[in-house]
Design a protein around this ligand. Structure first.
Ligand code: FMN
Length: 327
């Protein structure tokens, strides 16, 4: 019997991975340098969620990962968005019971990118668009929610594309067209993106175990990017409330952060949606001392609590078993 090695892809070879499993960057607490390093040490690709970090903190996070592993890792940023308008603050604060902060100082993409370039990180990934890539010599990975976005990323120089399905936890990457027109499930999105682009595709959204990984490989993806699956691992910085809420129903909503994101449907989401109040522009709601949004994907109930490196090993063993079960 000859088994196809699900783990041996051009992408895993290019990046030097034993398994083409990427730990999704998860801004807002869950991502930690220890989590990224643990995934890399286990043969996958850990990611640093750099978007909210000021340049100094980003540099420190990269150095911490490097102190824990010699392997490859990704640094993730958000493509620059139009500057938020500081209004509509009081109404939203009233419904959330949050304290209206002073206008926050937001990290500038250009300054963050300078750190990425200076630190010569192996892989640079992003979401929310197509950022300028001047001076970047890292392997580049952009995020798409439609075929059109995947083609735009490829044309703009992305060396691989994450196809983010509707199941995915966190913010929708959508940057062309309406979010409501870009809610394509992973099973439908991945093969369409694979057929459209010639760069490697990473499937993302709802992949929680080895069966999901093998399914993604069967759809033509050369790798997978998992977020929610890592939310409950020991090294993640996920809060206890967030971990406990992973079994709950999720929804895609703008009301928590000002931008469409899949999060646990808490009573706060119900209250904000019922109020009809427009949220402040993304990412301003992050600066309020409100209940932090619990971003999570539809696979939450399948998230396992264990060390992240062990999870990578379990996923690989499950994928082996899933392939064996097919032949
Ligand atoms: C808590 C959380 C935070 C996230 N933050 C980021 C981020 O900072 N950058 C990014 O590119 N994607 C982010 N994502 C989206 C992931 O990259 C990925 O698309 C998603 O986790 C895949 O779906 P899954 O959660 O079902 O595995 C986040 C996801 C979650 C769950």
């Amino acid at each position: 019997m000859s088994l196809v090695a699900w783990s041996d892809t051009a992408l895993s070879r290019r990046l030097g991975l034993r398994v083409p499993i990427v730990q999704a960057p998860m801004a807002g607490g869950p991502s930690t340098p220890r989590l990224a390093a643990a995934v890399t040490e286990a043969g996958g690709l850990g990611s640093v969620a750099g978007a909210p970090l000021a340049p100094g903190a980003l540099r420190d996070a990269i150095r911490e990962v490097r102190s824990l592993t010699d392997g490859p890792f990704a640094v993730n940023l958000f493509a620059p968005l139009p500057p938020p308008t500081w209004d509509r603050t009081d109404e939203w604060a009233e419904v959330t019971g949050a304290v209206v902060p002073d206008a926050p100082r937001l990290a500038r993409f250009e300054d963050q990118l300078e750190v990425v370039v200076e630190q010569r990180v192996p892989v640079f990934s992003w979401t929310f668009g197509l950022p300028p890539l001047d001076g970047v010599d890292a392997f580049t990975i952009g995020t798409a929610t439609t075929v059109e976005e995947a083609l735009a990323l490829e044309a703009g120089g992305a060396q691989a594309v994450v196809a983010q399905g509707y199941e995915a936890g966190g913010h929708r990457a959508t940057f062309l067209g309406e979010v409501s027109q870009s809610l394509v499930g992973t099973l439908a999105l991945v093969p369409q993106v694979v057929d459209a682009v010639s760069v490697p595709v990473l499937a993302s959204g709802g992949i929680m175990d080895g069966r999901g990984i093998v399914a993604a490989r069967a759809l033509g993806a050369q790798g997978v990017q998992l977020g929610t699956a890592f939310l409950n691992t020991d090294e993640a910085g996920t809060s206890p409330q967030h971990r406990a809420a992973l079994v709950q129903h999720t929804t895609v909503t703008r009301v928590l952060t000002g931008r469409a994101a899949r999060a646990v449907r808490t009573s706060m989401v119900d209250r904000l949606e019922a109020s009809g109040v427009e949220p402040p522009d993304y990412p301003l709601p992050r600066a309020y001392q409100a209940e932090p949004p619990m971003l999570a994907g539809q696979g939450g109930p399948m998230a396992r609590s264990c060390p992240a490196g062990r999870l990578v090993g379990i996923l690989a063993a499950e994928a082996d078993a899933a392939v064996a079960g097919l032949v």
